[in-house]
Design a protein around this ligand. Structure first.
Ligand code: Q46
Ligand code: ZN
Length: 291
């Protein structure tokens, strides 16, 4: 297959009806990210954006796109203390910050009294999510960032939606909007890649030879729903993107119902008297006054 410019193609999409080479694809990718950001008011040029990078392909693609689109960004990475996976992830984000010439901020979970390896097996991913959400919000607020950008893809959003619908967790769906505004001690959150697919992100980073790790977290669960989503996409091209737009419409029509309570230990927003992060610290680590 050939690109419209005549070169050998690296990307073909029936959804966009394009076939593109390694030079035309990055321009196309930036154009579609720019379009999403504008249409859904996801980010502003005047904002200081904390861009969360895990070391994987999706956040690598996000950092590249936001930098190329001239947003004011710095990178942010959390060392979760998951052996070789965390060491390799850190090497990738360090290299990415050099290649893109961006400031890299790093927090180590162990400085808060525990690591993910200390958590009992069946609670690992839930604890990891709690720690990441808590630390990115704390770091962003204390360092004057206006918004936190995370690299959730259309597969992630559809996956979250299905799982939460099935468990009757309807309120959660209101959080699946591409941007949630700040309030109280909560810093605004943005998902500039919510319409992108993992394949689009992978093609970008491979085409540009950007550094990312292919090592999977050893705790990553086998995700049956993601496999089902891929199967449906094979039968119905454009399913993920159409579905994610419908989810966003629904999310924007639901009321975001925040209960503003504060943790009695650290003062951060919490649904209960003691926030989930402080509970983790008291269960698996030493609860000190550093946060
Ligand atoms: S949640 Fe679970 Fe991931 Fe954390 S423990 Fe690994 S798989 S890294 S996105
Ligand atoms: Zn707390």
């Amino acid at each position: 297959m050939r690109c419209r410019c005549g070169k050998k193609a690296v990307f073909h999409s029936k959804v966009y009806r394009v076939t593109l080479c390694d030079e035309c694809y990055p321009k196309f990718y930036l154009e579609i990210v720019k379009r999403s950001i504008k249409r859904y008011n996801i980010l502003k040029k005047s904002e200081k954006i904390l861009t969360c990078v895990s070391g994987g392909k999706d956040s690598c693609a996000m950092a590249y796109a936001l930098k190329e689109l001239n947003y004011d960004i710095e990178l942010f990475h959390i060392d979760l203390g998951i052996g070789e996976y965390s060491r390799e992830s850190f090497r990738s984000v360090e290299e990415l910050s050099e290649v893109l010439d961006l400031n890299l901020n790093v927090l180590k979970l162990k400085d808060y009294g525990f690591t993910i390896e200390d958590v009992e097996r069946r609670k690992v991913c839930s604890a990891c999510g709690i720690a990441k959400r808590y630390l990115m919000n704390l770091f962003a607020r204390e360092n004057g960032f206006d918004v936190i950008a995370t690299a959730h893809t259309s597969e992630d959003i559809v996956n979250f939606f299905i799982k939460n619908m099935l468990s009757g967790n309807i309120e959660y769906i209101s959080k699946l909007r591409p941007r949630i505004e700040s309030f109280d001690r909560f810093v605004a959150k943005a998902k500039p890649l919510f319409e992108r697919t993992e394949k689009e992100n992978a093609t970008l980073v491979l085409t540009l030879n950007l550094p990312f790790t292919q090592i999977e977290c050893p705790h990553a669960p086998q995700d049956v729903w993601k496999e089902i989503i891929y199967d449906v996409e094979l039968k119905r091209r454009g399913f993920k993107q159409n579905f994610v737009r419908a989810i966003v419409k629904l999310a924007e029509n639901l009321k975001l119902d925040w209960k503003v309570k504060h943790c009695k230990i650290c003062g951060e927003i919490s649904n209960t008297d003691i926030c989930s992060f402080c509970k983790l610290r008291s269960t698996y680590g030493v609860l000190s006054n550093q946060s």
